[in-house]
Design a protein around this ligand. Structure first.
Ligand code: PRP
Length: 211
C-alpha cells in the first residue's frame, strides 16, 4: 500500500521530530544519515518522510502531496488554513513578540511606526487589534537587523532564548502569542486514510509525553 507521507520542517524542529519518531519505535537510520536526500523511507513502518522548509510543509499538506506535516504554529498562523491542525507536540517552544531597540519610546509620538517582520499577517492583526496604524516591511531573515540599520522602529518576530535580541541591543516590548511545533493533516487524507492516520496520531500523542 502507498506509504503515508509526512513532511517535516528542516532545521530548528528536525532534531526533536526525529527523537519523537524514535520514541514511536520508528527506525530513523535513513533520517539520521540522510546526506542531501530529501525523501526518506522509514523501513519498519509504511511511512515516507519529506524534509522541507516550513512554508512548503504547509503547501504540500494543503495540496495533498503529503498526508501530514510537522510545522511551527508561527507558520500555521501566518500562512495556513486548508488542513486540520490536530496536535501540539509541545517542543519548539517560543513566543511571537514585538521588540525594539532598548529603551526606545515605541508607543510615543505620532509618526506611523515601521515594523519589520517575516510575519506580515501576524503583525498586521496585532496592530489592528490595537487600532494602531503601522507600516509593514517584509524581511526574510535576521529581522533584528532592520531596527539596527534604521529601516524600522521595531520588529515582530519569534523569540526563543532571547539571545539574538540581547546580543543586538533589542528588547521585548510585548509578547504576542506562544508558538510550538504542531502536527497538521490533509483534509482528504484524514477521511480516506483514517485507519492508518488515527493510530499514528495516537502513538504520537503517547510518545510526545515521553520526550
Ligand atoms: C529565529 C528568529 C530570531 C531567532 C530567535 O531566527 O527569527 O532571529 O531565531 O532565537 P533566540 O531568541 O533563541 O535568539 P532563525 O534562527 O530561525 O533564522 P532567521 O532569522 O534567518 O529566520
Amino acid at each position: 500500500m502507498k506509504p503515508i507521507r509526512i513532511a517535516l520542517t528542516k532545521g530548528r524542529l528536525e532534531k526533536n521530530t526525529v527523537a519523537l519518531f524514535q520514541k514511536m519505535g520508528f527506525d530513523c537510520q535513513n533520517l539520521l544519515n540522510k546526506g542531501r536526500k530529501l525523501i526518506l523511507d522509514i523501513p519498519n513502518a509504511n511511512l515516507q518522510v519529506v524534509l522541507a522548509k516550513a512554508a512548503d510543509v504547509i503547501t504540500y499538506v494543503e495540496r495533498g502531496v503529503c498526508d501530514m506535516g510537522v510545522v511551527g504554529k508561527d507558520t500555521i498562523l501566518e500562512l495556513g488554513s486548508q488542513f486540520y491542525d490536530v496536535m501540539d507536540l509541545g517542543f519548539g517552544k517560543c513566543q511571537f513578540a514585538l521588540a525594539a531597540p532598548k529603551n526606545s519610546p515605541f508607543y510615543e509620538g505620532y509618526t506611523v511606526k515601521r515594523i519589520a517582520t517575516k510575519y506580515p499577517k501576524i503583525a498586521t492583526e496585532f496592530f489592528e487589534k490595537k487600532g494602531m496604524d503601522i507600516e509593514i516591511i517584509k524581511i526574510e531573515g535576521s529581522v533584528e537587523l532592520a531596527p539596527l540599520l534604521g529601516l524600522s522602529h521595531a520588529i515582530v518576530d519569534i523569540v526563543e532564548t532571547g539571545t539574538t535580541l540581547k546580543e543586538n541591543g533589542l528588547e521585548v516590548i510585548e509578547y504576542i502569542e506562544p508558538v510550538s511545533a504542531h502536527v497538521i493533516v490533509n483534509i482528504a487524507s484524514l477521511k480516506m486514510r483514517k485507519g492508518e492516520i488515527e493510530p499514528l496520531l495516537q502513538k504520537m500523542e503517547q510518545a510526545k509525553g515521553e520526550l
